[in-house]
Design a protein around this ligand. Sequence first.
Ligand SMILES: Nc1ncnc2c1ncn2[C@@H]1O[C@H](COP(=O)(O)OP(=O)(O)OP(=O)(O)O)[C@@H](O)[C@H]1O
Ligand SMILES: [Mg+2]
Length: 435
Amino acid sequence: MRVLVVDDDHAFRKHLSRALTRRGYEVWSAEGGKNAIHIVEDKSFDVAIVDLKMQEMDGIQVIEGLKNIQPSIVGIVLTGYGSIPTAVKALKLGAYHYLTKPCQMAELETILKEVQNERHRQPGRSSPDHYQGIVGKSQAIQNIIDMIQIVKDTSLPALICGESGTGKELVARAVHFDSCRKENPFIAINCASLKPELLENEFFGHVKGAFTGATNSKDGLLKTADGGTLFIDEIADMDLVVQASLLRFIETGLFRPLGSTKEVKVNVRIVAAINKDIEEEVKMRRFRHDLYYRLNVCRINIPSLRERIEDIPLLVDHLLTTSPLVKDRTVTISSSAMEIFLSYNWPGNVRELFNLLGRVILMTKESMITKGHLVTFLPSALRKGNERASSLKDIEKRYIVESLKAQGGNISATARALGIDRRTLQRKISGYRIQ
Ligand SMILES: Nc1ncnc2c1ncn2[C@@H]1O[C@H](COP(=O)(O)OP(=O)(O)OP(=O)(O)O)[C@@H](O)[C@H]1O
Ligand SMILES: [Mg+2]
């Protein structure tokens, strides 16, 4: 592959060119846009690695100029931290990738290999309404996909914010499984389900004799996830002490197993998810502000389903065509039923939509789901028809009351049916003062 390096920093240009030449690439370099365009006018290139901030002409203009001459050239943008909006613009203009400086050679090499493989296949990104299992065509989903593309091959921690059921775990998986870490482990841990001591032990592991009962040493999840991604779900429920150790790990890559005097170094990318208002958690001092600043650099907000209703028909269609519940038959949905779906508030977001639709498919023998079917199967909140006028909290409360009734008051069964955990449900029950 022939690669052009464009950077006005002489030392960096020389260093990168040498490193790439040693790895077998044919490398040319230019100290600015004009020079680069000159070179590309009489030689063809596979890739141009371009610094975003240069004196003479910025990186985006350079890529535009190069692509005017050779449209097939693949642009990779290099830049310091904190210029994500510019990077989004660069990606839209056809830059293939975005790497933060100082760049890791391993990351860059993975990208170059990917470009090489892609050259053999059809170039271009996956279809816009389906990416790594994420279905949707709203602007919100497109922004999320852009953001995933930007952060996936960096080692920066990422923070995914969104209400319950909006697809935070799905996005976390996409960040991992579309990245150069995809061959290594993706490990998930839910902070709400463990007491602080247990959580610390899960994260960092312990050595033999660290505490009563520690008869053997045990690796923590950080060690197990080495080379891959650790997905920390419901991070707002993480104890402040554990937050401090996690921050230290993010800053140094080091941690100490419980009872050990030796530090361990691993290469793990942290992706955290939260369904609460993180700024409020910081304000109430339940979340460390320094950890918040670290995580907030690469933040992906997933709006609720009611804020992107144009995704509902696609999601319904996706379930109707891929669910194992419809494997031997074709099921469609009537427009009146779809209208109800579009006007409902979906407090449980995509998960609620999938659960409800799944139940309807299971119980309906006919090939078309109609408004009539929904009346039988959906919670009363959906039947009343004036959801948009009610507040989200009202609907959620009514939905919980109905579900509790349907499950004979059994909290565990209701939590399962709603797709939330028992503690969350209990919090909501006391918050809404449901008797
Ligand atoms: N855009 C989407 N496309 C396809 N499936 C989706 C999408 N968003 C969510 N889902 C599906 O909805 C369900 C819930 O998603 P997920 O578990 O990722 O939500 P979550 O935000 O982690 O929820 P919670 O906060 O309750 O843990 C999953 O089955 C997931 O596959
Ligand atoms: Mg989740």
